[in-house]
Design a protein around this ligand. Structure first.
Ligand code: PHE
Length: 465
């Protein structure tokens, strides 16, 4: 039995109560439930909220998409988030063994353990492009910092973004620094590391975001227009593709379907009210995505930039807007620093998934597994960078490696894994809950809404191929 090599730091309470989890001799716990909310939000709030959400809202025409996205969050995302945490609390922190343990208790097939492997594979695929986009954020943060300190003007506009995309050296350096730093944080202590990072990052992040929102609203005067765009639905903009995008993003943004929340749930004490904690994380995640969009769209409208600017929205439109605002360099530095913090804590959460799964599958011990997860992130990041620069003629199903990984995970693998988890939780966990509105809600969503929604979407996508 591999022994936990990490020394728990003082913020972590180790209970000397043996559990029957195969892997951990004693269960580690979050120092408080608030810490769980911090850590789980650190995982959930990331590039999905700040980079992806605003640009997919822009691509899908605003209000109606936002409404559909909220529907996916309430009907699928939040119930799965709660379910995943419950599986972790009951089954322990190692993805495949957690499913196996719960399945065995319920005399269900051991094939359910496969959900752990599926989650880890998705996490490793996401890491490859997540590390690259995090690297871009790092590059822009440094650039704005230099500009704010009186150096050259920060990068703005499409040309500067394309020039960065075409530069393998600067991107490879950024990926290397980010992957290594995240690896070090995990190496020195998985949960303790996350807790100490989040204790500082979470409040700092919230403050930065609120300051940005107020400053952008007062300098552009376009907050009202942005609100109308985001909250007045135009149903003619709806399509099946938009539904798919909303669905995939609901998983991605809440970090569900990849076993990340399962791992964090394993460190919760038995008395914790999981639905309440799960809702807190989902509401926080949504609030931050909305805040990010309400920072970006006023700038877009004030300077008549393209609202459907795609993945470049954050990196092209926004710096352009900042360059025209008073104290724009400082604002840009604040915004990109907040984004970098959010991206970094999500990257750590993704790497922890890879680490736990590699550890339990190959029995190599936590520290070796951390090294392997860091290496996988680094190699994946290098491959994605090279595929956009020196190997840009190579394509997979007509897509770049970046687009392939993004689409394969969000449009296919996450919904499939979500479907599996919904069925599993509705059979293994929901029947054991006390009767009441929460049980009814989880039952309806996980037994009917989620499977139906995912099936309709996946089948229609298959027919569309
Ligand atoms: N939820 C993160 C985001 O929105 C991505 C993520 C997925 C992080 C899975 C951890 C685990 O950016």
């Amino acid at each position: 039995m591999p022994k936990r090599k990490h020394k728990p730091i003082s913020t972590l309470h180790e209970r000397r109560r043996m559990t029957d989890t195969t892997f951990s001799p004693a269960r580690l716990h979050w120092s408080s439930r608030l810490m769980f909310v911090f850590a789980a939000s650190g995982s959930a709030v990331g590039l999905g909220n700040i980079w992806k959400f605003p640009y997919i809202v822009g691509e899908n025409g605003g209000g109606a998409f936002v409404l559909m996205y909220l529907g996916c969050l309430i009907g699928l995302g939040a119930p799965l988030l709660i379910g995943e945490i419950m599986v972790g609390r009951r089954g322990g922190e190692f993805p495949a063994s957690a499913f196996l343990k719960v399945a065995r208790e319920k005399a269900m097939s051991s094939a359910w353990g496969g959900l752990g492997a599926l989650g880890a594979v998705i996490a490793i695929m996401i890491l490859a492009f997540y590390s690259v986009v995090s690297g871009w954020v790092g590059i822009y943060t440094l650039d704005f910092a230099a500009a704010a300190l009186g150096g050259d003007a920060a990068r703005t506009g499409a040309d500067a973004f394309s020039a960065m995309l075409a530069d393998p050296i600067v991107q490879l350096s950024a990926v290397t620094v980010i992957a290594l730093t995240a690896g070090l944080v995990i190496y020195f202590d998985v949960t303790g590391g996350i807790q100490s990072v989040m204790r500082i990052v979470a409040p700092l992040f919230a403050v930065l975001l609120v300051v940005m929102l107020v400053m952008v609203a007062s300098t552009t005067g376009k907050l009202g227009e942005a609100m109308t765009y985001m909250f007045r639905p135009d149903f003619s903009a709806l399509s099946l593709d938009a539904f798919g995008e909303a669905l995939g993003h609901a998983f991605f943004t809440l970090s569900v379907g990849m076993c990340g929340m399962l791992i964090y749930g394993a460190y919760l004490d038995d008395g914790a009210n999981v639905p309440r904690l799960g809702f807190a994380v989902a509401i926080l995640d949504t609030a931050i995505a909305f805040a990010a969009a309400l920072i970006i769209f006023p700038i877009v409208f004030a300077f008549e930039l393209e609202s459907n600017g795609g993945p470049g929205l954050l990196f092209i439109a926004l710096p352009q807007g900042f360059s025209l605002l008073p104290a724009g360099d400082l604002l840009g530095f604040g915004f990109f620093t907040a984004t970098l913090l959010a991206a970094f804590s999500s990257l750590i959460a993704l790497m922890i998934i890879a680490r736990h799964w590699l550890d339990e599958t190959f029995r190599i011990g936590g520290q070796n597994a951390t090294l392997a997860a860091t290496l996988a992130t680094w190699v994946g990041g290098i491959a994605v960078t090279l595929s956009m620069t020196v190997w840009d003629s190579i394509s997979i199903f007509g897509r770049s490696l970046f687009d392939f990984l993004d689409e394969a995970t969000s449009a296919w693998l996450l919904p499939i894994s979500g479907l599996g988890m919904a069925i599993f939780v509705s059979r293994a966990i929901v029947p054991t809950l006390p009767d009441g509105p929460v049980k009814t809600y989880l039952d309806i969503c996980l037994s009917y809404v989620a499977p139906l929604g995912i099936l309709i979407f996946t089948v229609s996508k298959l027919l569309d191929l």
